[in-house]
Design a protein around this ligand. Structure first.
Ligand code: DP6
Length: 362
């Protein structure tokens, strides 16, 4: 599948002013994306649960300019103008200009807010970039004289979001999204995320994710730097092969409901991601002592209660505690009684799997 399909061809309608609002969620990877080549092509396929409560709401106001020219925009985050957010978004617009040439004719005011605290250590690039991408697609549809299918809108939104942040390509749909070409996942692509195309076992429906906020601070090493360190990494090639094999295994697990194998695979992925960080040059550690305390408590609880509780990590110290809905009551108590003390100010966020982007324009 080529990128040419994402260059708009149809005659455009004339619009002076328009605004669109989208709410898009964050996601948590089960098989991790860590390593990429230009332009935002992943070195291996990844899969994530789309979240439900952790989201970004973004409105873009478009106003026609007197003359076409450079891309112009302002950004407001939680009520305040944010100059520091501009460079990343300017790069993003630059990268997608070819696919959204109409942006040159408009100035944009972007207003955004997150449902999770800004300083929670939860990456907002997935929900943030996917929300912008959905607003752009609503505008593109309004400009276009042809009706676009929702399948095309989602694909192109994911394609655009990927060019902003790789993991954002997995935040358009849900509850499980694969990004990266994989021989066993029909329709999968390096260019955009696709919903996991097979029936999932009921145990994985409405899966729970309680995010333990171990460290709310800014990360010392950004994901972008971490991805780059995979270029010279001695274990990189083996890791990319392993991730693709893990996705094959996880695909079967998600269909057959083997939660024991799910637990083993998901935890191994999380620790392997951090092992890549530990063995990068320069090396770095994003886990904190409390991350390890929590992991050990989860292992003890699982052994003592014959539970399917497990953890995963993203590129930070926070722990995502994953478990089936049927264990919600017991595990909520365990988290509150035994794990919340390892969180900054005892803070954690209860989430579960969700279905992706929602328009709030009614
Ligand atoms: C560890 O998507 O944040 O969360 O493409 O450079 O924006 P960029 O990176 P990003 O990387 C996410 C890495 C991860 C694993 C994952 O979500 O698959």
């Amino acid at each position: 599948m080529s990128t040419a399909q994402f260059i708009p061809k149809t005659v455009t309608n004339s619009i002076e002013k328009a605004n669109y609002t989208w709410k898009t969620p964050s996601n948590i990877a089960l098989v991790k994306y860590w390593g990429k080549s230009n332009p935002q092509i992943p070195k291996n396929a990844s899969i994530s649960f789309t979240l439900n409560n952790c989201h970004t709401i973004t409105t873009i106001n478009f106003s026609k300019k007197a003359a076409s020219g450079n891309i112009q925009f302002e950004i407001f985050f939680e009520g305040k103008q944010k100059e520091e957010f501009k460079p990343k978004i300017a790069d993003f617009f630059e990268r997608i200009q070819e696919y959204c040439p109409y942006l040159l004719d408009y100035s944009m005011v972007i207003t955004s807010e997150n449902s999770f605290p800004h300083s929670s250590g939860i990456a907002s690039s997935a929900s943030g970039m996917s929300a912008i991408a959905m607003c752009l697609m609503s505008f593109e549809q309004a400009l276009s004289s042809e009706e676009m299918t929702s399948d095309f809108i989602n694909k192109k939104a994911s394609f655009l979001a990927r060019l902003g942040s790789g993991s954002a390509s997995r935040s358009i749909e849900g509850p499980l999204v694969v990004w990266g070409k994989h021989p066993e996942i029909e329709g999968s692509s390096d260019l955009f995320g696709v919903p996991f195309p097979y029936q999932i076992h009921s145990v994985f429906e409405n899966y729970q994710d309680t995010i333990l906020l171990v460290d709310k601070g800014e990360k010392q090493v950004s994901s972008t730097v971490g991805h780059n360190l995979m270029h010279q990494h001695p274990y990189a090639e083996q890791r990319f092969l392993q991730a693709n094999e893990n996705l094959s295994k996880l695909s079967a697990i998600l269909q057959n409901g083997d939660v024991k194998s799910f637990v083993a695979l998901v935890e191994s992925e999380a620790l392997t991601l951090h092992a890549m960080m530990l063995t990068s040059n320069p090396y770095f550690i994003l886990m904190k002592p409390n991350t390890l305390e929590i992991i050990n408590k989860i292992w003890n609880f699982r052994a003592e209660n014959n539970s399917a509780i497990c953890f995963t990590l993203d590129a930070g110290a926070n722990v995502h505690v994953l478990y089936p809905e049927e264990e919600k009551e017991k595990i909520s108590q365990f988290i509150d009684n035994e794990l919340s003390k390892y969180c900054q100010k005892n803070h954690y966020i209860c989430d579960n799997t969700g279905f992706g982007a929602k328009s709030t324009d009614l």
